[in-house]
Design a protein around this ligand. Structure first.
Ligand code: NAD
Length: 331
């Protein structure tokens, strides 16, 4: 049997060195490409047993069927989120799938930065500084210690957010479909209605699933405090972008700190200065002084990228060898 070939989609320049290192370590050949996986470029994977990708392509049934016919047996996503892959189709087609794991600190630290930037109107302050406007009016903030923060989803990242916030002296409420013991030492678990009713700041850390899609919508926003600060460093589609626009326009929402926004695919992770972009809601939201939108970059640290590439390559090799693996999503 020849050396195993892996086709790597969405490879960034900063991942190449780690890919070379992992290919040598695992004894595989990795073909690197910056393309996003689509049906139109499916033929690229011909002859590869494994495919690894990031989160910008839709790995739907049609595409997975094409990959299977071309000989793909294992698929890894170098992301923690796996909402872009049809796992039911993958299982039926016999394609093994795994996701990545990396320390939750990068995303959790970014979340706290978003909370503080929103509380202290830092987007506006930064804009002013660029034109030598060092005035204070309109920039008065609030002390985090006096506020109630709700963490929705107390998995790996949500837990680290709770640990990070523990030093600020704020009241911490938590909501999850499964409760864990460590969280109880830092926060009080409450039902979701209490989160909406009592929190000044709500931060989302659950996966995007059919049950969590648009969990933040017009109806749930109406239940929140006036001036609520919403933070989303998880997945854009957890929030209904139309409801966010309405919430900002009516000033029901005090500020938004979002690393992920519905409809970001095709916008983030590239220089769009000369492009005509037709996603009205995304750009409209982007221009508000109290809406901080970053380019889905909360994950982007040296440590995380190294782990993402390691999981991407090693995951495929282990699934192919053993038919099972720690972060495997299909069985
Ligand atoms: P995790 O699986 O450890 O935790 C997710 C938690 O959400 C679990 O405790 C789960 O029980 C809970 N949950 C599931 N459904 C829920 C619901 N309906 N209501 C409340 N809680 C629910 O995952 P994680 O490692 O903490 O990552 C969370 C998410 O963050 C990922 O799924 C991914 O989409 C996102 N993420 C974003 C970035 C980024 O760069 N912005 C990076 C990494 C991960």
């Amino acid at each position: 049997m020849g050396i195993m070939k892996i086709y790597a989609f969405e490879v960034r320049a900063d991942e190449r060195e780690a890919f070379d290192r992992m290919a040598a370590e695992c004894g595989v050949e990795v073909i690197m490409s910056s393309e996003v996986p689509t049906l139109a470029n499916a033929e690229l994977v011909k002859g590869c047993e494994g495919v690894t990708t990031l989160g910008m392509g839709k790995l739907n049934r049609e595409l997975l069927e094409a990959y299977q016919k071309l000989g793909v047996r294992c698929l890894s996503t170098r992301t923690i989120g796996f909402n872009h892959i049809d796992l039911v189709a993958a299982k039926e087609l016999g394609i093994l799938v795994c996701n990545a794991c990396y320390p939750p600190n990068g995303v959790a630290d970014f979340t706290v930065m978003m909370i503080l930037m929103c509380l202290r109107h830092y987007k506006q302050a930064m804009w002013r500084g660029q034109v030598n406007d060092f005035s204070l009016h309109g920039l008065q903030g609030r002390d985090l210690k006096d506020l109630t923060v709700g963490v929705m989803g107390t998995g790996k990242i949500g837990m680290q957010v709770l640990r990070n916030l523990s030093g600020f002296g704020c009241r911490l409420l938590a909501y999850d479909v499964y409760q864990n013991e460590e969280a109880k030492s830092m926060a009080q678990y409450v039902d979701v209605e209490t989160i909406y009713r009592e929190c000044d700041i709500i931060t989302l850390h659950m996966p995007l699933l059919p049950s969590t899609r648009h969990i933040i919508n017009a109806e749930t926003i109406a239940k929140m405090k006036d001036g609520v600060i919403l933070i989303n460093c998880a997945r854009g589609e957890l929030t209904d972008i139309n409801a966010l626009v309405d919430g900002i326009e009516t000033e029901k929402i005090g500020a938004l700190g979002m690393d992920t926004v519905e409809g970001e695919e095709g916008i983030v992770h590239a220089d769009r200065r000369t492009d005509i972009i037709s996603n009205r809601n995304w750009f409209y939201l982007h221009q508000f002084r109290n809406v901080i939108m970053t380019q889905h970059m909360a994950f982007y640290t040296e440590q995380a990228v190294d782990s993402m590439v390691r999981c991407g390559v090693e995951g495929i090799v282990k699934m192919a060898e053993t038919g099972s693996y720690g972060t495997m999503l299909t069985r």
